[in-house]
Design a protein around this ligand. Sequence first.
Ligand SMILES: [Zn+2]
Length: 333
Amino acid sequence: MSARIRLALVLVALVAAAPSVFAYLSLGTTVNGRSVQTRWTSMPIRYFITNRGVAGVSAAQMQAAAVASFSTWSQVPTASLSASFAGFTNAEPVRDDGATVIGFQPHEELERTLGVTAFTLDRTTGTLVEADIYLNSAFDWSVAASGEANKFDVQSTLTHEIGHLLGLGHSLLGETVLRPEGGRRVTSKRSVMFPIAYLVGTTLDRTLQDDDIAGVSDTYPTGKFLNSTGSVAGRVTLDGAGVFGAHVIAVNTKTGQTVGAFTLNSQGQFTMDGLEPGIYVLRVEPIDDADVGSFFNDDAKVDVNFRAAFYSKLVAVPVGGAGASAEIKVVRK
Ligand SMILES: [Zn+2]
């Protein structure tokens, strides 16, 4: 009993700016009407590396880059997770074979896709049982310590894909512009998990940003993290019915900390964890419909046809607990 989910990392270009904001998406599924966060429940996560390299990157160098990317995530002090290299394999990534496999695969037809992560979930518990990653060998790759002109950095791209492997979706924290030659260019980006990569030659995405750290801490919280933060939960409704795929934003009225989440089921329910204790303003808005496919696997279900709205009350988030459930009502555009 398993279900596969695919996420693609599209590529393109440059530079950062911006404040302390969290807008990560935790992946989830619905099991028996209940939202379950997509995560691993047994550690360490055992992974294999394919025994094939590409021009300029051997299988051993790919393995070293994977070890470095995993440790970037496992070293976050407020998150508790571990991974271990299980060996080289002839198996292909993205096969439903029970083994977590990372390697290169040629996909000339995917002109803008650097890498893909595909999951196998246990349908009865919602737990991750396998996650495979391939990097598209149609591109030129590098493992040079400080990057290489005209090549994509293996470790940076693996850090993004391993974020997916751990159960993180995409972050909204970035801005892009359309390029005349097609595709999009990143103009600012405050998260490794933003769905569009930097251009060739940089190694910036080897380093996690605040939003990535918040996302992985929310997914694999240490006891200290749980004891020092709180949560808020509720529903987004339209004429009494749940709204799927609405973007909910909580803003701390004192610190300005901003956290984003999505409603992930037909009841319109959402949960935001890892919030600093305090008083919050809640706002709901439709996803920019141009971007729906980057955030949801089944974008047909996402409702973007409603007006943005504020919740009529302030919400108190206590330490280590949840505030009162909020129902945010929206109306059609
Ligand atoms: Zn991605």
